[in-house]
Design a protein around this ligand. Structure first.
Ligand code: HEC
Length: 188
């Protein structure tokens, strides 16, 4: 009954029974895989991975073909931790199968400025989708430059992070400890 209704709405000329036929299993699986690949592309795009892991992405307003995505960047991030470079994820993903990638990203701990906490908190399905998508692009490019230790000035180009001075104690706390010294109850 329902099938008739759908069939009536979606009648395809010269292929009257095409709508009613279920997809062959292999085709359905491929479609599900494609969904995951497309989802992976979306997560990479919206999750900001390209901002750092694709050279020139921000400068080109995000208008970079997917074939060039995630091949790493020579732009250094210089701060108290030394200098780090966003890695070539096309090579990383090429080296790790899905199970290895899921285990790796669930516990990822890197140096700054990688938001590793973001990957650790990302749903498994999303991390699997990233793997599926990046695998679909294939390996490409060269490894990013090696990180430099603290105190070494990197060659340009690099971002310099000047860390803020430690914050002074909050006024309420100063008042509270003064009150405590004077034998008064600090204000709650
Ligand atoms: C703000 C910049 C920035 C963003 C955004 C960013 N990364 Fe990174 N990422 C880095 C840097 C820099 C490193 C290198 C850290 C180091 O040397 O320890 C890195 C390292 C990594 C590593 C470990 C190195 C490797 O290849 O195994 C993984 C995995 C990774 N990033 C995945 C991602 C993914 C996936 C996203 C998007 C969800 C992302 N990153 C977003 C800057 C960034």
């Amino acid at each position: 009954m329902l099938a008739c209704a759908i069939g009536a709405c979606q009648r395809v000329p010269n292929a009257p029974d095409a709508v009613a036929k279920p997809l062959p299993i292999a085709t359905a699986a491929a479609a599900a895989g494609d969904d995951l690949v497309a989802h992976g592309e979306y997560i990479v795009r919206i999750g900001g991975c390209n901002d750092c892991h694709t050279a020139g992405y921000a400068e080109r307003g995000g208008d970079v073909p997917t074939g060039e995505w995630l091949t790493g960047s020579p732009l250094g991030y210089h701060g108290p931790w030394g200098t780090t470079y966003a890695s070539n994820l096309r090579l990383t993903v090429g080296d790790l199968d899905e199970a290895e990638w899921l285990a790796y990203t669930a516990n990822l701990h890197t140096r700054p400025i990688m938001p590793d906490f973001m990957l650790r908190q990302m749903r498994e399905r999303d991390r699997r989708a990233i793997h599926r998508f990046v695998r679909s692009l294939g390996p490409a490019g060269e490894p990013a430059p090696e990180p430099l230790p603290p105190g070494r000035v990197p060659p340009p180009p690099y971002f310099q992070l000047v860390a803020p001075a430690p914050a002074p104690p909050r006024p309420e706390r100063r008042q509270a400890s003064a009150d405590a010294q004077n034998g008064q109850n600090p204000v709650q």
